[in-house]
Write a protein that binds this ligand. Structure first.
Ligand SMILES: Nc1ncnc2c1ncn2[C@@H]1O[C@H](COP(=O)(O)OP(=O)(O)OP(=O)(O)O)[C@@H](O)[C@H]1O
Length: 638
């Protein structure tokens, strides 16, 4: 049994207090508590009553319960995390199977709408179905099949919805490559970058990656690099200006290296950490501005190079010492495939076009070799394919978006582009499969999609439970350490009155000249508490004891915690804190943080200087402010 170490006779407005403090509901908002405390400070004194101001006055069995609850919660969290890992594995496997059935190289086709500058004819050469493009022109009829075809009215959102699963795959640890291919002026840059009002795949992918990462319990970090393959040379788009002024200098700095495991790295390439979407978009805009463009007959701001943007994803598991799992997401806006005569290119622009065509043909050869599962894949024929080597091969996922023009005069180019994309898709085409097998394939995909969604939903629930349990655990630990902690080492031991005084004095700007000392006390008289200040402090302390009791009762009720149960007291507080932390950052802080009072800037420097029996520390920063405010008033006077 605990014996109260200190009992004080103080005046408190008991009627008010009883009503307001004792029935404090476990889920009462901490903000209300702050207001209530202010009200109490202003209340007139009522008849005397005895209360304990020492929070150490807590029965020993409650301490045991708290410890028991902590160990229970630790066990629960470990179990929930195991469950989460299993569900995540199930989801990944389902997604992987879906992508495998669909083919690790997928090809979509997007038809650009007519522009004002286009000559529209009554006869339109392109007609499309869900997975089919038919080109009809004088004496020609060709049909091509793709995984998905986007008609002219398809929005950026429509396209992104289809791209999303492959992003998830990148987060799961696969190397992923998204390529925008097509004739100049058919909308590659529009699809990848978009405009201010119609964001393209890259800005959306950035948002989506951060959103997905914020839901994940593993710590995921992102970094970004951007480079351009221009006339067969590499150019770092994020490098400081001086370094990239001439291509010769920049090209010399960047070396493509392959490690024994086959992972490719571009030595000397700038890689920036991107902690949030805003920073990521900032760097991306910077890289885009540095890209080489020039005017051609076909497109006013034609991209004269291949622009490669890489997001490196590092996933750290629970074990902080283990090596992070790294995957790459490449998003590539290829230079326009074009007939040089048609674009009216001469001189340097013609050379640029030639270089683009050479590297595109090398890309086609690589894809063709992969399709035939040949031993030798000619990656070395261009810088583009060397860089993408580890993201084009087996076990990586490739998405090619081929862009075509709707115009009659572009039919020749359109057929070239469609044939190129068809070669890529033919790697795993199911064209030759019977209707029956195709139906079975579709059915299996649907089943796997349901399986994946269920695992994902279940996983989200478990993650939420983990967050709640972790939150409650940290609250309990804090309560245990603040309520029962008896300092035994020199550092934590209360300062002697002499040292105490020294410490307070050292923070003061005022000299002690002229201060009349009370010989029996080490403090000047004005530093000893008055009845009014004691009263205010006691009210605040009482409030804290009430909060501590509520929290203990919440702890007791959480002993039977299970994944399906909710936490009554902590639920409200947890939600408020989660909301607060989400508002500040969508990513990065998976662990809920205690809210900080904007007024709570005062360091807790004077806590140790108070006599031990009066030291009351709350886990709630708002209440901490209250006590420190009182103490600050004291120190301000020195
Ligand atoms: N789906 C679309 N909806 C609306 N406008 C589009 C669409 N696709 C392309 N455009 C418009 O067509 C023009 C050319 O597009 P864009 O610059 O993206 O072509 P590109 O294929 O990247 O050309 P290049 O290879 O020369 O860089 C732009 O004005 C763009 O806004």
């Amino acid at each position: 049994m605990f014996i109260p170490s200190e009992v004080e006779q103080i005046s408190l407005p008991l009627d008010n207090v009883k009503e307001k403090l004792e029935p404090m509901e476990p889920n009462q908002d901490y903000i209300d508590a702050f207001q209530l405390e202010s009200e109490l400070m202003d209340s007139p004194p009522l008849p005397n009553s005895t209360i304990y101001t020492d929070v150490n006055v807590v029965p020993e069995h409650e301490k045991g319960e708290l410890e028991h609850s902590i160990s229970n919660l630790e066990g629960e969290i470990a179990g929930l995390k195991r469950k989460e890992r299993l569900l995540d594995k199930k989801r990944r496997e389902a997604l992987n199977k879906i992508l495998d059935i669909k083919g690790s190289i997928r090809v979509f086709c997007r038809v650009r709408p007519f522009l004002l500058s286009d000559r529209r004819r009554i006869h339109e050469p392109i007609s499309i179905g869900l997975e089919k493009v038919v080109v009809k022109s004088v004496g020609i009829r060709k049909e091509y099949r793709y995984d998905k075809v986007f008609h002219q009215a398809a929005t950026q959102e429509d396209v992104f919805v289809e791209v999303e699963p492959i992003l998830r795959s990148a987060l799961d640890g696969h190397n992923v490559c998204i390529l925008a291919y097509g004739q100049t002026g058919t909308g590659k840059t529009f699809t990848m970058d978009g405009t201010n009002n119609q964001a393209g795949i890259i800005p959306r992918a950035i948002e989506e990656l951060f959103r997905q990462a914020s839901l994940d319990n593993s710590s995921i970090t992102f970094s970004m690099s951007m480079l351009e393959v221009y006339m067969g040379n590499l150019r770092d788009l994020l490098a400081p200006k001086v370094a990239s002024r001439t291509y010769e200098v920049a090209a010399k700095c960047l070396n493509i290296q392959t490690d024994p495991k086959g992972m490719v790295e571009v030595e000397g390439l700038t890689q920036v950490q991107i902690p949030d979407t805003a920073k990521a978009k900032w760097w991306y805009a910077k890289g885009r501005r540095a890209r080489s463009t020039s005017w051609t007959n076909v497109n006013e701001t034609s991209s004269r190079s291949h622009c490669l943007m890489r997001i490196t994803i590092s996933r750290h598991g629970d074990d902080s010492k283990a090596k992070a799992q790294v995957s790459k997401l490449w998003m590539v806006d290829l230079g326009g495939s074009e007939r040089l005569l048609k674009t009216g290119a001469t001189g340097q622009t013609m050379d640029e076009g030639r270089a683009i065509n050479l590297s595109l043909s090398a890309l086609g050869d690589v894809i063709a070799a992969l399709r035939r599962k040949r031993g030798h894949v000619p990656y070395r024929n261009s810088k583009l394919t060397q860089i993408l080597k580890d993201s084009l091969g087996h076990s990586s996922k490739v998405l090619m978006l081929v862009h075509i023009s709707p115009c009659e005069e572009d039919v020749g180019e359109t057929i070239c582009s469609l044939s190129f994309a068809n070669r890529a898709r033919a790697i795993e085409t199911y064209r030759d499969l019977t209707e029956d097998i195709n139906m079975q394939r579709q059915k299996r995909i649907l089943e796997l999609e349901v399986e994946m969604r269920e695992a994902e939903e279940e996983c989200q629930k478990v993650r939420y439970q983990v967050h709640k349990a972790e939150f409650l655990l940290s609250e309990n630990r804090e309560l245990l350490s603040t309520t029962y902690h008896v300092p035994d080492d020199k550092e934590n031991a209360p300062l002697s009155p002499k040292e105490d005084y020294k410490e307070v004095n050292s923070t003061s700007q005022v000299t002690d000249k002229g201060i009349r000392r009370n010989m029996t006390s080490p403090f000047p008289r004005f530093m000893t508490s008055t009845v009014a200040s004691r009263q205010r402090q006691s009210a605040a302390e009482k409030l804290i004891v009430g909060r501590a009791r509520s929290l203990r009762s919440a702890t007791r009720s959480s002993l039977q915690f299970s994944a399906s149960q909710s936490f009554s007291y902590s639920e409200f507080r947890f939600r408020a804190i989660l909301k607060e932390s989400n508002r500040k950052s969508r990513y990065g802080e998976t662990k809920p943080r205690l809210p900080e009072s904007p007024k709570c800037n005062v360091p807790e420097m004077k806590m140790a200087s108070l006599p031990r029996s009066k030291t009351v520390i709350s886990s709630d920063p708002n209440l901490r402010t209250t006590l420190s405010r009182h103490r600050r008033r004291m120190s301000d006077l020195i």
